[in-house]
Ligand binder design. Structure first.
Ligand SMILES: Nc1ncnc2c1ncn2[C@@H]1O[C@H](COP(=O)(O)OP(=O)(O)OP(=O)(O)O)[C@@H](O)[C@H]1O
Length: 197
């Protein structure tokens, strides 16, 4: 169990392939919960630290710019080296962003089994894992282009064979279907006891 006294009530840990809609879905979910909810990006502290060490512009690494794409490959390799020494390093840093009033955390970008394990081990009663599942054709329409060295690397494929998701959320563009699934996630947080899985 984590030792922090300001543990959240619920943690959604999201994963999904590139352009599956992780950012889109997690921001819709956050809107439902309001200010008690924070989105935590595991890639945030990674980018911050990488930018610092390499004298780069952190803000430009955060958005979907050509600048970010230029450094993506090297940044992944750099993060890999850190993770090999300490697999939960970026998870711990990311959760430092949360304040005590954030009772619901949404982790938007789990990529490795070790990311999932960190939350399940540290917050066993609060963690709900969610895989955003989107057809390849839809991802392509949303801008996905297969890039060797990125899309076949562990950072993109590390959770492809993970099968113990609490929820698999389809995001193929049917808004009514998405709405129902968001409602289900909201329902899972209701009540004072354990989260409903
Ligand atoms: N259900 C949806 N309806 C309409 N547009 C969507 C939907 N889901 C995602 N999109 C759009 O598809 C694009 C990709 O989505 P998003 O950025 O959320 O994906 P991602 O999984 O976070 O991608 P990456 O891993 O590359 O950061 C965005 O322009 C987003 O607005």
């Amino acid at each position: 169990m984590a030792s922090r006294t300001d543990s959240p009530r619920v943690i959604f840990v999201f994963s999904g392939k590139r352009k599956s809609g992780k950012d889109y879905v997690t921001s819709l979910l956050q809107e439902r919960f309001g200010s008690s909810c924070i989105i935590l990006r595991l890639s945030g502290p990674l980018k911050q630290q990488y930018a610092k060490e390499n004298n780069l512009d952190f803000k430009k690494l955060l958005d979907a710019s050509e600048y970010k794409e230029r450094y993506r490959d090297d940044m992944i390799k750099w993060g890999e080296r850190i993770r090999q020494k300490d697999s939960s390093y970026f998870c711990r840093l990311a959760t430092d962003e949360a304040k005590p009033h954030h009772t619901i955390w949404i982790v938007s970008d789990a990529r490795r089994p070790s990311d999932i394990e960190y939350f399940k081990k540290s917050y066993p009663d609060q963690t709900i894992t969610v895989r955003v599942d989107t057809d390849l054709e839809v991802r392509v329409v949303r801008g996905f282009v297969f890039t060797p060295g990125i899309d076949d690397a562990p950072s993109e494929c590390g959770l492809d064979s993970y099968s113990k998701w609490n929820v698999v959320l389809r995001n193929n563009g049917n808004q009514a279907d998405l709405e129902n699934q968001l409602q289900l996630l909201t329902y899972m947080t209701k009540g004072d006891g354990e989260v409903k899985r």
